[in-house]
Design a protein around this ligand. Structure first.
Ligand SMILES: Cc1cc2nc3c(=O)[nH]c(=O)nc-3n(C[C@H](O)[C@H](O)[C@H](O)COP(=O)(O)OP(=O)(O)OC[C@H]3O[C@@H](n4cnc5c(N)ncnc54)[C@H](O)[C@@H]3O)c2cc1C
Ligand code: FES
Length: 339
């Protein structure tokens, strides 16, 4: 049996076939719906169900009970059991930023920290690749494999900056660090994800990053502060030790130049001389903001950090409508096809 899906903030509607997910059907109809992994892991396809009912073939692993209670569903796993209405909660300009594939040239690479490689990709001349700060790309690395990396710079029409954590067994990261030829041509797909600033809100921002989770938040803050919106933003950046705080100097400089911006580095394995915040980054957030009911929270980094941060923020009274996150899951072994 087919069902209709209506969008609360768009005129379009689409039909979902029997046994089809909402995401697969929406993309088949050419809609610009947010998505990433297509397998329940990243929550990029999280939307609120405002009317109707759905079923899951498998339980959505990346939604917390509080998000489910607030009416959120994952479109890549949800199948309608009635006609329904969903709230996309995304700006209209995203409708013109459909993910597409394009070649890019590796222009420069540099070690930002002992295990973080900065990679600059040059966009093809004249290509109008657009994205919102905070979004990510997939690098297509052959045999249907892909690796996701957030774009760390605000759009400049020419280059994309990536912050790549190089782990001992990381296949792409080690190739990029040690074997990638100069000026290598790579293929990417993007822009992807729904992790970007919601400008319609004026709530004070709490940004929480773990490790290279600083990359998308760096792009967002860069855009926000350059625009001079005056919206207060407090970044908490969790890392193991001082040598991992690879953006520390520029973030300190932003605090000096922008009174609306605050920055708290948090170390989990602090060096002897460290006098700043210690422990898990979400604990430092709660210590500073025990009540988050009037804030908007953005989280990005390792899955465990994002899970703990979500639970902590919702537990401190944050409205799930003002919670956004990018969970840096490791690459999926296989890439599910739509259908
Ligand atoms: C939406 C999204 C955005 C992301 N953005 C970034 C980003 O900006 N920067 C970034 O560094 N990563 C980011 N990631 C994570 C990155 O895509 C994965 O870590 C990816 O697997 C790295 O590819 P690789 O080939 O180097 O390692 P793989 O060959 O995929 O990994 C091999 C093994 O290494 C281990 N491993 C891989 N990555 C990590 C890690 N980060 N920490 C601990 N162990 C690991 C795992 O055990 C894995 O099985 C993002 C992920 C998602 C989903
Ligand atoms: S969870 Fe649905 S696209 Fe990743």
């Amino acid at each position: 049996m087919t069902h209709q899906v209506y969008l609360s903030d768009r005129p379009q509607r689409f039909t979902v076939e029997d046994d089809e997910t909402i995401l697969a059907a929406g993309l088949r109809h050419g809609l610009a719906l947010p998505f990433g992994c297509q397998s329940g892991g990243c929550a990029s396809c999280r939307v609120r169900l405002s009317a109707g009912s759905i079923d899951y073939a498998v339980e959505p692993p990346s939604l917390s009970p509080a998000e489910r209670d607030a009416g959120y569903i994952l479109m890549c796993l949800a199948r309608p059991t009635s006609d329904l209405t969903i709230e996309l909660h995304q700006p209209v300009q995203i409708d013109n930023m459909r993910p597409r594939q394009l070649p890019v040239r590796a222009q420069a690479k540099t070690w930002l920290a002992h295990d973080v490689l900065g990679l600059t990709l040059k966009l093809p001349r004249g290509d109008d690749f657009q994205y919102l700060p905070g979004q990510y790309i997939d690098l297509l690395i052959g045999d249907g494999r892909r690796r996701s990396f957030s774009i760390a710079n605000k759009p400049n029409g020419e280059t994309l900056e990536l912050h790549i954590r190089v782990t001992p067994n990381g296949r792409f990261a080690n190739w990029a660090a040690n074997e990638m030829p100069d000026r290598a041509i790579l293929r990417l797909e993007g822009p992807l994800g729904a992790f970007y600033l919601r400008d319609e809100s004026t709530r004070p921002l709490i940004m929480v990053a773990g490790g290279t989770g600083a990359a998308p938040i760096h792009a967002m803050l860069n855009e926000l502060l350059a625009r001079g919106s005056g919206r207060p933003a407090h970044l908490f950046w969790g890392a193991r030790s001082l040598r991992d705080l690879y953006l520390d100097a520029s973030l300190q400089e932003w605090t000096a130049r922008h009174p609306e911006f605050r920055y708290t580095p948090v170390l989990s394995e602090p060096d002897a001389e460290w006098a700043g915040a210690r422990g898990f980054v979400h604990e430092a957030v709660l210590a500073a903001y025990p009540d988050l009911s009037q804030h908007e929270v953005y989280l990005s980094g390792p899955p465990a950090m994002v899970r703990a941060g979500k639970d902590a923020a919702l537990g401190a009274g944050l409205d799930a409508d003002h919670l956004y996150y990018d969970s840096f899951d490791y690459a999926f072994q296989t890439w599910p096809t739509l259908g």
